[in-house]
Design a protein around this ligand. Structure first.
Ligand SMILES: Nc1ncnc2c1ncn2[C@@H]1O[C@H](COP(=O)(O)OP(=O)(O)O)[C@@H](O)[C@H]1O
Ligand SMILES: [Mg+2]
Length: 270
């Protein structure tokens, strides 16, 4: 039987607070409704947020895997939304920069549960830290979330630059979040793609925009994923289109998979 190889989708932004965690939480549920088995990893390893978004309080987290107390499959949490999560730990500064041993351990452990999932969705931390670069350079799809604020565009560009120049990443998929007017989405993408093309020779792929919606804050406060509360609102509709758009693009899963992840990870840790 052909082994199952999950598609690894990393979500990142450069700047913090642009909506990554809210995006992954909700798109994980969209993928599930599209019949995909999803594992969502909170890769903001020192500051856990995904568990809060889903309203769960995990007993064990990635810290217990890294210390060898638990295996990854023991800490995977099944949520009532049909999405499984790997919780991060909170307030552990050392984990904001994983050691090589830590990275290898995570990869090996992920490989153990490879067969169970169609999609590994990774919510990264803000910035261009070693952890962020590690998870992004190993993914099949790097989804960059950006807003119209110039600081967000500048930070997204800086992240793309590092991933491209230092790790040879060529493909980036862009989502514009917090859009208040239709043209804001296109215009923001245009600005980012123009600099990426001019200075890096990289063509960015626009996968869609998401509207600004006050109710997102309410959903987070209620610790319920927005899409479960408002499945027919504009944000949810657009998110569904984005999920389909992401999956539409074929990626080479034969060459990918967790083994590939391992090779790439080790290649930039000589
Ligand atoms: N489309 C949106 N409309 C309104 N508020 C949003 C939207 N996306 C995110 N937010 C808000 O932005 C804040 C940061 O979101 P979060 O997902 O935690 O960002 P990040 O993970 O990038 O730091 C949250 O308070 C959330 O309510
Ligand atoms: Mg976050």
């Amino acid at each position: 039987m052909k082994p199952n190889i999950p598609r690894i989708i990393s979500v990142t932004s450069g700047k913090g607070g642009v909506g990554k965690t809210n995006f992954v939480t909700n798109i994980a549920i969209v993928f599930k409704t599209l019949q995909k088995k999803v594992l969502l990893m909170d890769a903001d390893i020192g500051l856990s947020n995904i568990d809060i978004m889903f309203g769960v309080a995990p007993k064990f987290n990635i810290k217990h895997v890294l210390s060898g107390e638990k295996s990854l499959k023991d800490i995977v949490l099944n949520t009532s939304y049909g999405v499984d999560i790997i919780p991060a730990s909170s307030g552990i500064k050392e984990l904001t920069n994983l050691t090589l041993e830590g990275k290898v351990k995570i990869i090996e452990e992920l490989e153990q549960i490879n067969d169970t999932y169609d999609i590994f969705l990774i919510d990264t931390a803000a910035g261009i830290s070693d952890n962020v670069v590690f998870f992004c350079s190993a993914a099949h799809d790097v989804v960059v979330i950006v807003t119209s604020e110039p600081t967000s565009i500048a930070d997204a560009y800086a992240l793309i630059k590092v991933l491209h120049k230092e790790y040879g990443e060529k493909s980036f998929r862009v989502v514009v979040n917090n859009v208040k007017e239709l043209k804001e989405g296109r215009e923001t993408f245009r600005k980012l793609s123009m600099v990426a093309e001019r200075f890096l020779g990289v063509n960015l792929d626009f996968v869609g925009y998401l509207p600004y919606d006050e109710k997102i804050k309410e959903a987070i406060i209620a610790q319920k994923p927005y899409i479960s509360l408002y499945p027919t609102n504009e944000f949810s509709k657009k998110l569904t289109e984005i999920a389909k758009q992401i999956l539409k693009k074929e990626v080479n899963l034969v060459k990918g998979g967790v083994q590939f992840f391992l090779k790439k990870a080790l290649s930039f840790n000589p």
